[in-house]
Write a protein that binds this ligand. Structure first.
Ligand code: HMG
Ligand code: MG
Length: 302
């Protein structure tokens, strides 16, 4: 079995992680989290979303957060933009990458972005065009790639269809997302195979929520297919406000611990990463939702 020798981790904690928090998190805390993540060696951070503040109040400070970051050379800062209004606001804060987010489930598309899959593609088309004209990299998320909170199991053909539609409008990279963390390794492999019909292995990432404790297994299954890019969340924060019951992304700490143990390079300093996760967890007055973090913090305490 051959694994990739290097893995790129995109920490989505400041966005996917914090979007679901009920109590406001000040922009200064989000900025500090981004700073700590880049100091730990993360080379891509999903910072925020330019979405309706009525829908996701926690992301209302998107422009302030982007403006407050001291950028580190070599780090890519990405933001979610569901439509032209979001893109026009986002572009002022000079993101390196924008993310349009589609779904493999009609019901989830309606709940999450208030339109059908087909309508969403028409909304994304000018966003992708404008971004590429400004030299901003365009990533697309495919939510509910294995299961949907409203429709249940999702066939791989749905993933292939959405991947094709995203490819047609110029989206350069896609994330295969298990939004509600119901996937298991073989199902995830099938979703990845479907994505691979339209995108190369270097242009696909895995985005696994850990609701059922399957995210590390799903990551390992994807690694075995050569997929080497993953979205993970500091301290396992998060969930989607439109996917009831879904918990956070797999913890960055757990994925980095696994990869280090496998001799796969990430460029991330696990100790500093644990401190970053502890920082945001202390602010939220809870323990980091990461087994590796818990074990290593216990070991430090002695
Ligand atoms: P809509 O109501 O259909 O939009 O919402 P609209 O165009 O009819 O506009 C309605 C109002 O929203 C107007 O304001 C617009 O100006 C405003 P009003 O006139 O009523 O005062 N508006 C905006 N404001 C700020 N930024 C914008 C924007 N667009 C319109 N970009 C919309 C459509 C997509 C905006 C809405 O449904 C929305 O914001 N949804 C948020 C969805 C979201 O953020 N979900 C979580 C992120 S996705 C996720 O977590 C999944 C992922 O992690 C992968 C995975 O795990 O699956 C990526
Ligand atoms: Mg997500």
């Amino acid at each position: 079995m051959k694994y990739p020798s290097k893995v790129k981790i995109v920490d989505v904690g400041p966005r996917d992680g914090l979007q679901n928090e009920k109590a406001p998190v000040p922009a200064s805390v989000k900025i500090e989290l981004v700073h700590r993540l880049q100091d730990a060696g993360l080379t891509e951070i999903e910072v925020t979303s330019f979405v309706s503040p009525k829908w996701v109040p926690q992301m209302a400070d998107a422009a302030d957060v982007m403006a407050g970051i001291t950028r580190k050379p070599g780090v890519r800062y990405s933001v979610l933009t569901p439509n032209m209004k979001g893109f026009e606001a986002a572009v002022l804060s000079k993101p390196d990458e924008i993310v349009v987010f589609a779904a493999a489930s009609e019901a989830f598309s309606q709940r999450n972005i208030n339109c059908s899959i087909e309508e969403s593609i028409e909304r994304f088309r000018p966003v992708a065009e404008a971004a590429r004209a400004s030299n901003i990299h365009v990533r697309g998320a495919i939510s509910c790639a294995v299961g949907c909170p409203y429709e249940g199991e999702i066939a791989p053909e749905r993933v292939a269809m959405v991947a094709r539609l995203l490819k047609e409008i110029g989206v350069q990279h896609i994330g295969v997302a298990d939004t509600i963390g119901v996937g298991t390794p073989v199902k995830v492999e099938r979703a990845m195979e479907a994505a691979l019909q339209h995108y190369g292995v270097d242009d696909i990432s895995g985005h696994f929520h850990d609701t059922y404790g399957q995210a590390l297994g799903n990551t390992l299954a994807s690694l075995q297919m050569g997929i080497w890019q993953y979205d993970t969340s500091s301290a396992g924060l998060g969930g989607c406000p439109y996917a009831k019951g879904a918990t956070g992304n797999v913890a960055t700490e757990d994925v980095v611990y696994m990869l280090q143990g496998m001799g796969i390079e990430t460029g991330i300093d696990l100790d500093k990463l644990i401190d970053a996760g502890k920082f945001i967890s202390d602010f939220l007055e809870r323990k980091p939702n990461s087994r590796a973090s818990t074990a290593l913090l216990n070991k430090r305490a002695g």
